[in-house]
Ligand binder design. Structure first.
Ligand SMILES: Cc1cc2nc3c(=O)[nH]c(=O)nc-3n(C[C@H](O)[C@H](O)[C@H](O)COP(=O)(O)OP(=O)(O)OC[C@H]3O[C@@H](n4cnc5c(N)ncnc54)[C@H](O)[C@@H]3O)c2cc1C
Length: 283
């Protein structure tokens, strides 16, 4: 994606679309994988169990304060001759509370069109509206749609990262979480692909040291705690009125972390298109 339209501002970006199932298939090519659904009983059989079950967090106890982004995404093909007709876009003001909509290219004229929100929202209606808007410019063919959920609690609020299950023979067992299971996801955007891989690298360096691993994750992803706390403020009854300059600054930093250079003034000003992301045009 050379450019991305962020809330009406066209910015240059180094972002990539990742085919995550294909990436996982590639990574798993050199190892023998036995696919099965697992539950806590598995912890009885192995010294070390890694909970990499993403949103399910199937093997660890609940997070101390979970926060969930609900998603709805539709895959479409542009029937237009110029497949570049749809511009990669994200818009925050269209979702009340906290969330955003997106149009991301998948290549060969295909796109993901979706929306996400923390809290109740009519995602079906919203995605339908976006697709209708796009269809004005380009003939679109719909393929499929799916609902999902992303843990955006941040690692700080997704502790504990590990647990030592009680075993009958009193031997030492350890279940340790990685990736989205322990909230290694950017709360503003729900981006978890790169952070979950970074988290896996931290785990590889601390396999015998759960406490060191917890410290390393909290330190590496400290910015996620700040973003989560901004969302908490945004979701209070007064909403955006509770946000300070620091919260607005975090939106700017978030974009810069992904290599998106938003105009600074737009990012922090009280008026201006980008501030609609947090203040809302229609609220
Ligand atoms: C609609 C949508 C759009 C997204 N868009 C982006 C994006 O643009 N960029 C980005 O960076 N991130 C995005 N994310 C988030 C990102 O996909 C995840 O945060 C990231 O993939 C998490 O990686 P992970 O390896 O921790 O877990 P996952 O990739 O979720 O893998 C968990 C695996 O565990 C398996 N599993 C679950 N329970 C069990 C069980 N009991 N037994 C056995 N296996 C189990 C699951 O089937 C899955 O294969 C999106 C998420 C959604 C839902």
């Amino acid at each position: 994606m050379e450019t991305l339209v962020v809330e009406g501002l066209r910015v240059r970006t180094p972002l990539l679309t990742v085919d995550k199932p294909r990436l996982v298939r590639d990574l798993a090519r050199s190892v023998r994988v036995r696919r099965q659904s697992v539950g806590p009983e598995l912890a009885q059989e192995y010294d070390l169990v890694v909970d990499a079950t993403g949103f399910a967090r199937a093997l660890l106890p609940p997070c101390r304060s979970d926060l969930v982004l609900s998603t709805l995404q539709c895959r479409v093909t542009s029937g237009a001759r110029q497949t570049s007709l749809l511009e990669p876009t994200v818009e925050g003001h269209v979702v009340s509370g906290f969330g955003y909509s997106w149009v991301f290219p998948l290549g060969e004229g295909q796109y993901h069109v979706g929306a996400c929100t923390v809290g109740p929202a009519d995602l079906d209606g919203l995605v339908e509206q976006i697709i209708r808007g796009l269809a004005d410019e380009s003939r679109l063919v719909r393929h499929c749609s799916c609902r999902g959920a992303v843990r955006v609690s941040s690692p700080y609020y997704a502790t504990p990262f590990s647990t030592v299950p009680a075993t009958e023979d009193e031997t030492h067992r350890l279940v340790i979480g990685v990736g989205e299971s322990i909230g290694a996801v950017g709360p503003f955007t729900g981006e978890g692909i790169h952070p979950s891989m970074e988290c896996a690298r931290l785990l590889a360096g601390h396999l015998d040291d759960p406490q060191g691993y917890t410290r390393a994750v909290l330190s590496r992803f400290g910015w996620m705690r700040s973003e989560r706390e901004t969302i908490d403020r945004l979701l209070t009854p007064d909403g955006a009125a509770n946000l300070g300059l620091g919260d607005r600054w975090r939106f700017y930093l978030n974009a810069r972390r992904s290599g998106i250079h938003l105009p600074f003034a737009e990012a922090v000003r009280g008026t201006g298109r980008l501030s609609h992301w947090v203040d809302g045009k229609k609220r």
